[in-house]
Design a protein around this ligand. Structure first.
Ligand code: NAP
Length: 261
């Protein structure tokens, strides 16, 4: 396997579960030193253990990415431990409760915005200062297909993710001349602990071919591969983009016509 990230430091928020966990392992397998940040101590430490079990390097720091002091500490700890931050993966997020807008509480609105949008702002704000001193860096934000296509019953989630897409473009423009690339990934439906609570357990037995051209949901590793591409030198001329990784969901659904003879 090629090792594209030897001597690179990757800071991953929400690294204890799902997409963040898979991406932390993928970076470590390719030689990166990984800082795993999460609110869930057990899962964050488990990610670090799994990385160490494959002879990788990683540390865990408990971080609530909606809290400025936590995020400042996270960035400080990363620099104190490994000396730099080459890659920031702003991944931590929550789905929010599935309700229509009028039933959405103000507290839930604030919580989803604070974690899914303000968290990206805070992670970027404090890490960019380190990247400016280094003279380079890569930021990858996790948005969502829900930030592009209307997604009812998760209106605040969709609004936050649409915000992440615009934030990504603004950051790319503001910092491109200082060698900081900023992109986002818009996953479609990915099987993780987050989605397991909202999707029926018989998912495997159902036919989803009418929803996704590739006929199955994605895995966290599918998103990890996209993140590693965007972080790598293969993407050295890519900034400000939203990479949709959705099995074709946003391409549209097809009419139930026969394939012809
Ligand atoms: P996940 O399995 O729930 O993992 C998210 C991790 O982030 C969890 O460990 C979670 O801890 C942690 N977290 C939550 N709030 C945090 C905070 N304030 N500070 C730090 N960490 C926090 O979710 P996932 O499916 O991998 O999702 C990762 C990202 O992808 C999210 O931003 C999500 O919106 C986005 N996304 C996912 C999908 C999908 O289909 N899975 C699709 C599009 C976009 P707790 O479990 O304790 O909350």
């Amino acid at each position: 396997m090629p090792k594209r990230f030897i001597n690179k430091v990757a800071l991953i928020t929400g690294g204890g579960s799902g997409i963040g966990h898979a991406t932390a392992l993928a970076f470590a397998k390719e030689g990166a030193k990984v800082v795993v940040a999460d609110v869930d101590d057990n899962r964050g430490k488990e990610t670090v253990k799994m990385i160490k079990d494959i002879n990788g390097q990683a540390v865990y720091i408990k971080t609530d990415i909606s809290k400025p002091t936590d995020v400042q500490n996270m960035v400080k700890m990363a620099v104190e431990t490994y000396g730099r931050i080459d890659i920031l993966f702003n991944n931590a997020g929550i789905p929010g409760l599935p309700v229509r807008l009028a039933e959405l509480s103000v507290e839930d609105w604030d919580r989803v915005i604070d974690i899914n949008l303000k968290g990206v702002f805070l992670g970027s704000k404090y890490t960019i200062q380190v990247m400016l001193e280094q003279g380079k860096g890569v930021i990858i934000n996790i948005a969502s297909a829900s930030g592009i296509t209307p997604t009812p019953f998760v209106s605040v989630y969709a609004a936050a993710k649409a915000g992440v897409i615009q934030l990504t473009k603004a950051m790319a423009i503001e910092y491109g001349s200082e060698n900081i690339r900023v992109n986002c990934i818009c996953p479609g439906f990915i099987e993780t602990p987050m989605t397991s609570v909202i999707i029926p357990p018989d998912l495997e037995s159902r036919d989803y071919s009418h929803l996704w051209p590739l006929t199955k949901p994605g895995s966290p590793e599918d998103i990890a591969k996209a993140a590693l591409y965007l972080a790598s030198d293969d993407a050295s001329f890519v900034t400000g983009t939203s990479l949709v990784v959705d099995g074709g969901w946003l391409a549209g659904t097809s009419l139930p016509l026969s394939k012809g003879s």
